[in-house]
Design a protein around this ligand. Structure first.
Ligand code: NAP
Length: 278
């Protein structure tokens, strides 16, 4: 039997948290897989995929800047990945390369794991940011039928484009950043998806304290640091907080399940991830 190769494709590839998490999972389940990160130089994605196909290639995670470019090199995509317009997971099905996007599903899985009582259909959600991660989360929330979605962003055009592309899937509205406070009282869940507050600039938060209140779930998808300034502000105002480690963990677990057809050993993966984030 040949070792099955799973790769992370991106550029640049910093020290990969995914390698540690997935290799520990393969080992504990004694699966014949290995996960390795490949720093693909600009212009070399096509050749890299062609090379990997001859080398026991069994799947990939795809990260910046190739989440869109990879779509041209696949045989098919899941309906959700098509809607999101980006792929973070490639798996092989009967020799065909299939693209999926587990970012949004991973986000929701981590949210539901922490707040099992949350009824998404009755939930009004605010999203700050309109980039790739916001898009994946918004389309997945639409699939789960959330009650209402408000989107705000530094560049309002990008929020409006996201809302436009969600049309017919969910009741969504773009709101200027300086007017967002007016709707925060309606929200049950506030999701922050910009890089503000990420290491090394950990003393920054884009969210005014007045937006935060008792009982609101405040979710920050940043995982480094695990508790951002936004989350400590939210905690001090009595909000319930949800960090970005769960999204990273569960999107990885869903990818793992696409590659192996086996349930992911979540606790082993969580332990390795938290260790690598120390
Ligand atoms: P992206 O596509 O580049 O989008 C970035 C978003 O942040 C855009 O809406 C952008 O606004 C906004 N933004 C950037 N700099 C800003 C600033 N200085 N002030 C205000 N807004 C700013 O990035 P992404 O892939 O969505 O990732 C965003 C964050 O999520 C990163 O911190 C990333 O590490 C994190 N993330 C976490 C996970 C996880 O598993 N936990 C997964 C994916 C991403 P404009 O439209 O105005 O440019």
């Amino acid at each position: 039997m040949q070792t099955k190769l799973i790769t992370l494709l991106g550029h640049p590839i910093a020290h990969s948290k995914s390698s540690v998490m997935h290799n520990a999972a393969f080992q504990v389940l004694q699966l014949p897989y290995i996960y390795t990160a490949v720093d693909v130089l600009p212009g070399q994605l096509t050749d890299t995929i062609a090379f990997l196909k001859g080398q026991g290639f069994h799947g990939a995670n795809v990260t910046i800047p190739y989440k869109v470019e990879i779509m041209n090199l696949l045989d098919d995509m899941t309906p959700l990945a098509k809607k999101i317009g980006a792929v973070n997971t490639v798996y092989v099905d009967h020799g065909r390369l299939i693209g999926d996007n587990t970012d949004g599903q991973g986000y929701i899985a981590s949210l539901v794991a922490q707040f099992p009582q949350l009824q998404l259909r009755n939930t009004k959600v605010g999203i700050i940011g309109s980039g790739g991660a916001a898009r994946a989360i918004a389309f997945t929330l639409a699939q789960y039928g959330v009650n209402k979605l408000y989107v705000t962003n530094r560049n309002l055009d990008h929020a409006e484009q996201l809302v436009q592309s969600l049309m017919g899937n969910i009741d969504a509205k773009a709101i200027q950043f300086d007017q967002f406070q007016q709707i925060t009282a309606e929200l049950q869940l506030l999701i922050h998806t910009t890089p503000i507050g990420m290491s090394p600039k950990t003393d920054a938060s884009i969210v005014p304290l007045e937006w935060l209140r008792d009982g609101l779930i405040v979710s920050d998808i940043i995982y480094n640091p695990i508790e951002t300034k936004l989350l400590s502000d939210a905690h001090s105002k009595g909000a319930l907080i949800h960090n970005g480690v769960g999204m990273l963990l569960y999107q990885g677990a869903l990818s793992f399940e696409r590659w192996t057809g086996t349930k992911a050993p979540i606790e082993v993966m969580r332990e390795q991830l938290l260790e690598s984030l120390k």
